[in-house]
Design a protein around this ligand. Structure first.
Ligand SMILES: Cc1ncc(C[n+]2csc(CCOP(=O)(O)OP(=O)(O)O)c2C)c(N)n1
Length: 626
């Protein structure tokens, strides 16, 4: 076949007649398409390039229009999307109306779950396998999980259970020795040892098992021969998960399509929970990503010219809330040796890498284990340390019970830095940080703050690190305003009035205050003078401030970069109702109660009515000037 192998492929069925050599060439074409698309749109590059061969081998071996395929996290599903009829939408990856960066059943029947969080695949896959077992359907279930996600508690819970209940579940362990950065923990070290220590086993038992499951009439000798030839050196009787009841095979070179296809075909002979250990390299096929897989995990758009790669400027990194928060933390860590910092596999994203470099002995990367990270922070606090845990809002959801049970219930001084709180842009609904106010503000004793500017952030960090109980500071994936709005000292539960007017009042929480101030400027020029206050705290809410805003203005507009139900606006309404205020005067602008699709953060904010322009329109309406 000439090049252009990808053009006629519209579904996995089109792979059927292709030779291993053609698949190798096809893999190259898919890698080129992925690289070009991510160059234009941004996205998860290194992980996707690493699984192209594996994706082809899986789609070649199984019929996933019938069998089930689950990708853990789902950030590595680009080749799968391209092969399952989504080439056209892929060109607009992660942009409004284009393919999302993660699996999505609304896009294709080949995606069974909408995912983006790590460690969930084995549980959902086991559920599917058990359902098919109960139905006696003969449908197989395959889950692909990385060595990073495998360390997540939930994945281990599923393996623990799978060994006991059975089901036709094939787990592909995609081992590239990396999560976003190098995989951490004892399991990772164990898998690395497996690379070098070949542990060949007692084939007899395995062959018997295979034969037990073979269809009647299959020639015995052929089956034994085929099995011995392909998996002879692959059975791993000493594998830790063998002891847990999984049959374990491998390792197989995940970039040798022929070997992969053979091994996967063999795996199809078994109908018990089994694991095939596959070695891949992140970034395979694109040198910059292969050399620096962490930097190319989630890539910004880039251009390639004469072999030179120019990435979209990272120079704004120092202007972000993430950078500012870690800078404030570092200032404190200098003088307070009790401060320790914890990340759950996101040292880069949370900015804590800087802390780790400066204070390696006071820095912990716990892996993709948010629950453990938060509970460990509680232990550190109980032991006299000042733990600061930085986790994205969406992933902190994992640790809700630890925030309740290990932190709040004990009243321990753990500081949680909630990064990516609010609308997140291109990652879409799996990653939106829209629920943290709702899931924290009902926990007794928690203080929940959100800065509008650098001055407030600094004041909040001072208070948080001096507190005797739990604290959280939420901030978005955005830039810090270039100038502070006030110098009023930050006090727990106190809002700050930034400007005064009579036409109406805006009470904003956190970064939306900047939009409110810009809107107030525009409206002042139209003769509408507004009061604008920075709420600073979602808990405790400044009740007296709410009371005076309601008393002194015809209306109060409450803004938050968070979902409406249970958010800051809800808290303000509760505070107003408790004080017997006229709640009809309070209007809310928050993210609506629906899942917000991938788009730019700016477009998502505008759709929610949280940009300066939208606030201006809303105020004109409230003032009867629309
Ligand atoms: C619960 C949760 N925490 C953190 C993340 C952020 N995250 C996305 S991919 C990833 C690394 C996954 O590593 P691995 O499972 O080994 O897959 P690879 O990228 O190496 O293929 C992390 C930490 C997430 N998606 N979910």
């Amino acid at each position: 076949m000439p090049d252009g192998l990808l053009d006629p492929i519209h579904s996995p069925a089109d792979l059927r007649g292709m030779s291993a050599e053609d698949l190798v060439r096809l893999a190259r074409e898919i890698r080129t398409l992925i690289t070009k698309t991510v160059a234009a749109r941004g996205g998860h590059l290194a992980s996707n390039l690493g699984v192209v061969d594996l994706t082809l081998a899986l789609h070649r071996a199984f019929d996933f229009s019938r069998d089930h395929l689950i990708w853990d996290v789902g950030h590595q599903c680009y080749a799968h999307k391209i092969l399952t009829g989504r080439k056209a939408g892929f060109a607009n990856l992660r942009t409004a109306g284009g393919a999302s960066g993660f699996p999505n059943p609304a896009e294709s029947p080949y995606d069974l779950f909408r995912t983006g969080h790590a460690g969930t695949s084995l549980s959902t896959a086991l559920g599917l396998a058990l359902a098919e077992k109960a139905a006696g359907s003969g449908v197989r279930t395959v889950a692909v999980i990385g060595d990073g996600a495998l360390g997540a508690g939930m994945a281990l819970e599923a393996i623990n259970h799978a060994g006991e209940v059975g089901g036709d579940l094939l787990i592909i362990l995609n081992d590239n020795q990396m999560a976003i950065g190098p995989t951490v923990g004892g399991l990772a070290r164990y898998l690395t040892r497996m690379r070098t220590t070949a542990a060949y086993g007692n084939l007899k038992q395995d062959v018997h098992e295979v034969l037990d499951k073979l269809p009647l009439g299959e020639p015995l000798a052929r089956a034994i021969h085929a099995f011995k030839n392909t998996l002879k050196e692959a059975v791993i009787p000493d594998h830790v998960f063998e002891r847990w009841g999984l049959r374990c095979f491998g390792p197989v070179d995940g970039h040798h399509i022929g070997d992969l296809m053979e091994a996967i075909e063999e795996m199809k002979r078994l109908t018990v929970p089994r694991l095939l250990h596959v070695h891949t390299r992140k970034g395979c096929g694109f040198a910059p990503a292969a050399e620096e897989p962490a930097a190319w995990h989630s890539a910004k758009p880039f251009t390639e010219c004469n072999g030179q790669v120019v990435r979209e400027s990272e120079s704004d990194e120092q202007l972000t809330w993430t950078y500012a928060a870690v800078s404030e933390l570092l200032d404190h860590a200098k003088s307070d040796e009790r401060i320790v910092a914890i990340t759950a596999a996101m040292p880069d994203g949370t900015g804590l890498l800087r802390f780790g470099h400066r204070y390696p002995d006071r820095f912990f990367d716990v892996g993709i284990c948010e629950q453990h990270g938060v509970a460990m922070a509680a232990g550190l606090a109980r032991g006299g340390r000042r733990p600061v845990v930085a986790i994205y809002s969406t992933f902190l959801q994992r640790a809700y019970d630890q925030l309740f049970h290990e932190v709040a219930l004990q009243g321990l001084p753990v500081v949680v830095l909630i990064d990516r709180a609010g609308l997140v842009g291109a990652d879409g609904p799996t990653h939106q940080g829209l629920y943290d106010i709702a899931y924290l503000r009902h926990l007794p004793g928690f203080t929940l703050a959100a800065p509008a500017d650098r001055h407030e952030l600094a004041g909040m960090m001072d208070l948080a690190l001096a507190a005797t109980g739990p604290w959280a500071i939420r901030y978005p994936r955005d830039r810090v305003p270039p100038a502070d709005f006030s110098t009023q000292p930050v006090e727990v539960g106190r809002a700050a009035v930034l400007r005064r007017g009579k036409a109406g009042a805006i009470l904003g929480l956190g970064s939306v205050v900047a939009a409110a101030m810009a809107a107030a400027e525009t409206l002042a020029a139209e003769g509408l003078d507004l009061t604008v206050a920075s709420a600073r705290f979602a808990k405790p809410v400044d009740g007296p401030c709410v009371a005076s805003l309601v008393a002194e203005h015809p209306w109060v507009l409450v803004l938050e970069d968070h979902t409406a139900p249970g958010g800051f606006g809800s808290a303000v309404l509760e505070a107003a109702a408790e004080r017997g205020l006229d709640t009809r005067k309070i209007h809310r602008v928050a993210v609506p109660d629906e899942f917000i699709e991938h788009d730019t953060r700016g477009a998502q904010l505008a759709a929610a009515g949280l940009t300066a322009e939208k606030i201006v329109e809303r105020v004109r309406t409230l003032c009867g000037k629309a």
